[in-house]
Ligand binder design. Structure first.
Ligand code: SIN
Length: 537
């Protein structure tokens, strides 16, 4: 192994990035962890629902696999889901070894239920602070292990390197201090796209640039049309869109409309515990019908002490708005929550770009199909993170299969004008209105035109200038819209009002690959790469 291979670069500090860093360190490597914000700021930190693993006495990985496949609506890659569900208990044992303080009852880890899981298999730590507990524990272990962590450091681009991996171009948060690292192995663990949507359950760091950077570097993307919307985030003008976990409905909380009617039984036999996409669309319909802006989550029939003990973060959050779970109906509405697709990998986390790996939300293994089962994402970061760590230690040849239906997409030619923040607002509004919970061709086409117009304005005209945050956001948004326009059916999280039925001919993944630029001075030329002025990433 060369020295470069011994020093993998891991981008992102959520559960996937921290775990790969820890495990690769244990395997004798010297990883560097890079994160654009602080080490403990990530989507993982805000995960409330928990982490799924079949560790209960009446449960089995085979049952977990069945539930995962059923939720994925015909598109789950069964080999990926088998790996996830059968290796989940071992990865939970790793978290216990690292010291994650899982909640217990009588000395045993306590297990909760969530929609579409037929068994109690959701582990929590600190009640609804599960993500926070895991993030803090892994961060502490990474610090104790002496892993080099570089905060406020931003991946700007990947350029062709060697067989060992790409060259990573990093900058400081202002975008002015630029550094080239590699060639060597790079692990993308950059998370999803949630905060590119106007309404989102995610923290502001989830801007999807990992997708755009990988795509520019020639990585295959799949399933980009599948964005999962969470049915219940807190809804009040001026307040953050704080997640109100599905686990509350698992405990028996009900959904009521503005007239106080419990409406979910009209939409699905499983009522509040129907699949997430069904609940999100039902709420959306109630909101459109009533023009009321939100519906209400009613947990007032549940025991007060249990609510406070089980949901301490939500209790504290709501108290700042004068609300009490045990007394008040909580205003909620749907919001973008999870990117199901992303950078395509095989089961070992390998992408089609040599030396480039991906895991966690940014990766698309096919494990979630068209609709992710709640609490399967934290465990995904660990299971596939383990395979990535082993690949880093013992690299072998392989990579994902390119789907038969793969669109070749040319990046817009830019004029390289300076970035303007209003354009980011326009992307957020347009994704929400045109590429949201209910989609149709006219809205998708118009959204695509908007993203392409913004791209043309901000994409660097000179290939040697690094794209900024807005250019990456516009590319990622355009890829989601393009894939959603192409898939002329409704399946899982992707709902088209002009194609409301599932179509068997569409029971396959949709790939997206970059059409290389015609000129030979394409990205990857050995010329010096310049940051663009006034474009903090
Ligand atoms: C939730 O707590 O409702 C979200 C959990 C998840 O998305 O996995």
């Amino acid at each position: 192994m060369s020295d470069a291979s011994r020093r993998p670069l891991i981008i992102g500090s959520g559960i996937a990035g921290l775990y790969v860093a820890l495990r690769s360190r244990e395997l004798g490597l010297r990883p560097t962890l890079v994160t654009k914000s602080l080490l403990d700021e990530s989507n993982t930190r805000y995960a409330q629902g928990g982490i799924a693993a079949a560790i209960g006495p009446d449960d089995s990985p085979a049952a977990h696999l069945e539930d995962t496949v059923r939720a994925g609506d015909g598109l789950v890659d069964v080999s990926a889901a088998r790996l996830l569900t059968f290796e989940a208990p071992t990865r939970i044992a790793d978290l216990v070894r690292y010291g994650v303080p899982f909640d217990t009852v009588n000395g045993q880890i306590s297990l909760g239920r969530e929609a579409a899981h037929r068994h109690a298999r959701i582990l929590h730590a600190g009640g609804d602070s599960t993500g926070h507990s895991i993030e803090e524990t892994l961060k502490q272990r990474a610090q104790e292990a002496g892993i080099e962590a570089r905060e406020r450091t931003v991946l700007r681009a990947l350029r062709p390197g060697s067989r060992e991996g790409p060259i990573a171009i990093l900058s400081d948060a202002s975008g002015h201090e630029v550094e080239h690292l590699g060639p060597g192995p790079v692990v993308l663990a950059t998370g999803g796209t949630g905060s590119l949507y106007r309404q989102s359950s995610n923290p502001s760091v989830t801007t999807g640039e990992g997708v755009a950077i990988a795509f520019r570097a020639g990585a295959l993307l799949t399933d980009m049309e599948f964005i999962q919307f969470h049915p219940t985030v807190f809804w009040r003008a001026g307040a953050p869109r704080f997640l109100i976990t599905e686990a509350l409905r698992g405990e028996g909380a009900l959904l009521r409309n503005e007239a106080g009617e419990r409406f979910m039984p009209r939409y699905h036999k499983d009522a509040e515990l129907a699949p997430r996409d069904v609940v999100a669309r039902a709420i959306n319909q109630e909101i459109l019908r009533s023009q009321h802006g939100c519906v209400y989550l009613d947990a007032t029939a549940l025991p007060r002490d249990r609510l406070y003990a089980r949901f301490p973060s939500i209790t504290t959050f709501l108290s700042a708005y004068g609300l009490d779970l045990a007394r008040d109906r909580i205003p909620v509405a749907p919001a973008a929550h999870f990117m199901i697709g992303g950078v395509t990998t095989d089961l070992e986390g390998r992408t089609n770009v040599e030396g480039l790996y991906a895991c966690g939300e940014v990766a698309s293994t096919g494990v979630h199909g068209a609709n992710r089962l709640g609490s399967n994402s934290l465990i995904e970061g660990l299971v596939f993170g383990e395979h990535v760590a082993r690949q880093l230690r013992h690299p072998s040849a392989g990579g994902p299969t390119v789907p038969a239906q793969t669109l070749r997409i040319r990046l817009p030619e830019g004029t390289g004008r300076a970035e303007e923040s209003p354009a980011l607002d326009e992307i957020r509004d347009t994704l929400w209105s045109g590429v949201g919970i209910v989609r149709q061709a006219t809205g998708l086409r118009s959204a695509l035109l908007t993203f392409e117009r913004i791209s043309r304005a901000v994409e660097p005209a000179d290939v040697d200038v690094l794209p900024g945050a807005l250019a990456n956001a516009a590319v990622t948004a355009a890829l989601v819209a393009r894939a959603a326009l192409e898939r002329t059916e409704s399946r899982g999280a992707h709902y088209r009002s002009d194609y409301p039925k599932k179509v068997s001919a569409w029971q396959h993944h949709l790939g997206l690959l970059r059409q290389p630029p015609p000129s030979s001075s394409a990205p990857g030329s050995s010329k010096k790469v310049m940051p663009r002025r006034g474009s903090p990433p």
